[in-house]
Every structure is written in C-alpha cells, then in structure tokens.
Design a protein around this ligand. Structure first.
Ligand code: AMP
Length: 413
C-alpha cells in the first residue's frame, strides 16, 4: 500500500514526497480511511507509530475540500505537553505546506501576546494544551462554534497529568455536531469511559499495544552499582562514538546531575525537564536536533512525545518505576522502521523495576558485559540468568585488562 491509494489531493501528495514518506505506517493505513469518511475514531497507538500524520493528513484533506468565507477554527487538537503541541503544529505545517490553511499553537508557561496575535490573524487549525486553551476562551480570544473536527491526543497521558477536568470543560464548549478523534497509547477502562463521552459510533483501530517493544530496537541491560553508573555512561557513549543519545533519568535533579558530569567530561549536553523554562527546553531540543549537542538528558514527562528523527540510541540511566514508561522511552528510537538501540542501567535498587518491565514486554532483556561491574552485580546477573534460563551455560567470567572482574552475559543483541 502506498499513499496514492488514499486518493489524497495533489498538494498533500507533494508534501509527502518532500517529507520522503512513501508508505503509510499501520496506524495510518487503518485510521486515514476512517477519518476521510467523516467517522469518529478511537485509536490505540503510541508515539512513534506515525499517529500524528494518521490524523493530520486526512484532516488536511477534509479541510482542503471546504471553502469557508472567513478563517475560523475548524479543527482543535488538544494535547498534553507544549513539546507535543509544537510538534503537531510542525506536522500540520509540513503536510499542509502547499495548502492555503493556517495553523496556530497555544500552550502555557509563556506570554500569551504572540499567541493571541496569531489567533487574531485567523486560524483554521488550532493545537492547544488544555489550560491555556481554556484561559484564552475565557478571555474571548477563541470561539469554537465553527469547529468541525476535535482531536484528543495522548488521552492516557492527559489523565495522568491531571487534565481530566479541563478536558471535560473543553468538551462542553464544542458543538455537538462534530467529528471526534481519540488517541491513546493505552486503553484501560477509565480511558474507554472518557472516550465514550466524546465519541459517537466510533470505529476502533489499534496498533502495537504498549507492551510490545518494536522489533527494530535492540535492547540490553547492564547491571551496575549506583556509584559506577557515570563511568558506565561515558563507556557506553564511547561504544557508539558517532551516535547521539537520549538519556533518561527519573528525576529533574538526576537529569541536571548527569548534564553537569557530562559537561565536566567535555561531552556537549543539555537537560529537558519541568523546571526548565520553555525557552531553555526548546533550545535544548533544537541544539540536540541540529547536532550541536550530542546528548539530551530528559525526565519522562518532558520527553513524552518529543519527535527526533533518526534517534539511534536511548540510554536509561535510571530505570523507570512504571513499566509502561520503559516502552515509551525506548520508543523514541527505532521509529518508523529505523533501527535503534536501547541500553538500560540497572542498580540493585532497580531490580524490581526491571522485573516489572520484563513482565510487561514479555521478554528477557539481554545482559551485556562491561568493565565496571562489581562482584555484587555479577552475582545478581548470574542469579537472574539461572532463574530465567536466559543464555544458560554461556556466561563467562574473565579478568579484564584493568584486573577488575568482568562479567560477560552472552546472547546480548
Ligand atoms: P509520531 O508517531 O506521529 O510521533 O511519528 C513518528 C515519526 O515517524 C515522526 O518522525 C514522523 O515524521 C515519522 N513518520 C510518520 N509517518 C511516516 C511515514 N509514513 N513514513 C516515514 N516516516 C513517517
């Protein structure tokens, strides 16, 4: 199947050519026809599956077919974070570059004046985070009475972040006659319940449940004492000297600490987390995307959904305490069929997290050797190996050049 099969208008086809897209991803194959038919959609898909284009392309096609006299908000996309909002706008602008449509993005944490100005200039597609949207509606800068299509993006994350009341307020302000598209990485009962309050006779589509990690991502785990993690990090970066890396920590403080240590080692990096200003976050992301910095260190909420093309290496400096987060983290690499590597450091306290992760993804993550292992980690690895049968009989203990004990878990990658 190619994009030609959707019968998209020529300006969109040309934009897709410019993007270098030839074949729709599975979520695009399933969702685009549903949206083009004007139906409501309930889509279970995580970031990295091509879900943004799955709604943006058919929406642009539907808008291109209308010819309103004035510019007014016909599409609202509600998304949980500023980073996602910006990226969704960039997607609409890229796919709609040859169409006479205008999009705008609004989010909190920055002055509203530029956003208000762009609204005054006239907007067809509005991408918003909930708080700022309600704020600007209350101030009379936004009217949703002409809205035809509503998209709720990352619904599960919205609820995790406590946006449920804001979402309900927004929904009350939408025209009853509308097309609604609902996207969520997971579909537990409370999410389905929310979807039912928004959607009318929806079609459901689903790709890659959250528990499945893309086959294109090579995963490995390295057992290490907390105090040796930083040495292991520089060692890991040296293993792939040409790759840029996204590093995850559980806390903002942890992210700052890693950046401080990397800076001391002369490795260009920046952190992206909730305590950073919007400008600092955007700069960190831009510096990473344009290869000015080799490393971006992120906490989970800040990193959720950030879109970086060709990210080849994800390092879990600290394992997440929520197993689904592991899947989201490593989904930053190996996107759209490209290959990627996910390396996880696991200290003694994190072993329970690893166990939960392996249960969720229903597979053992191969153990990889490294020179900073101590006797304790070696024993842990051996015990895990014995209890799971993973790579049985192939474990080797060696003296490394530095004289330290060296554990080699076979079967890695
Ligand atoms: P998303 O899941 O929307 O965050 O998209 C993940 C990444 O895949 C983004 O970098 C998109 O630019 C890219 N992408 C989306 N659709 C396609 C496609 N059909 N072919 C190639 N890349 C795509």
């Amino acid at each position: 199947m190619t994009f030609y099969d959707f019968d998209l208008t020529e300006p969109i086809q040309n934009a897709l050519k410019k993007e270098g897209y030839t074949h729709p991803t599975p979520i695009q194959q399933k969702a685009i026809p549903v949206v083009l038919e004007g139906k409501d959609l309930m889509a279970c898909a995580q970031t990295g599956t091509g879900k943004t284009a799955a709604f943006a392309l058919p929406i642009l096609q539907l808008l291109a077919g209308e010819s309103p006299k004035n510019r007014r908000i016909r599409v609202l996309v509600l998304t949980p974070t500023r980073e996602l909002a910006i990226q969704i706008k960039e997607s609409f602008d890229a796919y709609g570059r040859f169409l006479p449509l205008r999009s705008a993005v609004i989010f909190g944490g920055v002055s509203q004046s530029a956003q208000v100005q762009s609204l005054k200039n006239g907007v067809d597609i509005l991408i918003a985070t909930p708080g700022r949207l309600l704020d600007l509606i209350q101030q009379g800068f936004i009217s949703l009475k002409d809205l035809g299509i509503f998209v709720l993006d990352e619904a599960d994350r919205m609820l995790d972040m406590g946006f449920i009341h804001d979402i309900k307020k927004v929904i009350k302000l939408l025209p009853l006659k509308r097309q609604s598209l609902f996207f969520s990485a997971t579909m537990p009962p409370h999410i389905v319940q929310l979807a039912n309050t928004i959607l009318t006779h929806p079609e459901s589509v689903e790709v890659t449940p959250v528990s499945s990690t893309a086959d294109t991502i090579s995963q490995e785990v390295l057992f290490v004492a907390k105090e040796n993690k930083y040495a292991l990090l520089t060692h890991t970066l040296e293993r792939w000297p040409d790759k840029s890396a996204l590093i995850f920590t559980r806390t903002k403080h942890g992210a700052d600490k890693v950046v401080k240590m990397l800076t001391r080692s002369g490795i260009r990096s920046a952190a992206i987390h909730g305590n950073k200003s919007q400008n600092a976050r955007q700069k960190a992301l831009a510096d990473f995307k344009n290869s000015h910095n080799r490393v971006l260190v992120a906490t989970d909420i800040a990193a959720r959904g950030i879109d970086i093309d060709e990210l080849e290496l994800v390092i879990n400096y600290e394992l997440p305490n929520i197993p689904e987060t592991y899947v989201h983290r490593i989904g930053r690499t190996g996107r759209a069929g490209a290959s990627g590597t996910a390396v996880s450091f696991c200290d003694t306290e994190e072993r329970a997290y690893l166990k939960d992760i392996q249960k969720l993804i229903a597979r053992q993550i191969p153990v990889t050797a490294h020179p900073f292992v101590t006797g304790v980690e070696m024993q842990i690895a051996e015990r895990i190996e014995k209890s799971t049968g993973f790579s049985s009989g192939k474990t080797q203990h060696k003296k490394s050049n530095s004289g330290k004990k060296f554990f080699r878990g076979m079967g890695a990658r």
